[in-house]
Design a binder for this molecule. Sequence first.
Ligand SMILES: [Zn+2]
Ligand SMILES: [Zn+2]
Length: 251
Amino acid sequence: MGGLISPDGAYCLACGKKRGALEGLPLCPDCARGLLISARPKGFLCPRCLSALLPGKPCRFCARDEGRLIGQTYAPFRYRGTPRSLVLRLKFGGDTRAAAVLAPFLLKALTGRDYDALVPVPLSAARMRERGYNQAMELSQLVGWQAGIKTEELLRRDRSTKRQTDMHTFRDRKRNVQDAFSLKAGADVRGRRLLLVDDVRTTGSTALSCAETLVRAGAARVDLLAVCIAPGLARGRQKSLRGRFRPRREG
Ligand SMILES: [Zn+2]
Ligand SMILES: [Zn+2]
């Protein structure tokens, strides 16, 4: 057949190797095990935003969210290992099956369910054309179907921002997404309880910018559901990974 990643899932979505037989999951046994192990949180985490805490120190992330724009963050994974590989496969590898593998973990992490809508973090029109789909939308719909909460695209990304993963400091990232989002025409969020959905929260600038837009427009509450919490990225790391997760060609 040629084409993209083999439709029968003969390659492991996470590591890209020919996988051994594993029923119903497009992962090799090692990566499947890696995914399950990663889902167990370790160490001290801020109960509100899930950032890693140093014992006895206040949460640095919560200190940035002065306005308390995001009430609660839910995320099953840290940004490493198999979960990170799956996120990269979803974002840069053009394979939305990764969303289906991750969705059950998101659902499990989502302990609060009283939301009026799930709101995927939007891509810019240019990025949407380039990628063909919004990975946050894919995740949001899968989780929403299971949780019985509808997904609503309430936000638009006005400025075509640089990739957040190419920004390396909190200040750069904040400046990059400031005022990048606005409410879609006709969207009314007044008094509504909303759950933002994104793939990775790094410095949180993107989520905070989205939350600010929603809160300013009158949302009663904004929380965040992400696949992974990233502790911070080494310079240039994502760029090299993006190449690795391009669609595989067969034969
Ligand atoms: Zn694998
Ligand atoms: Zn915190």
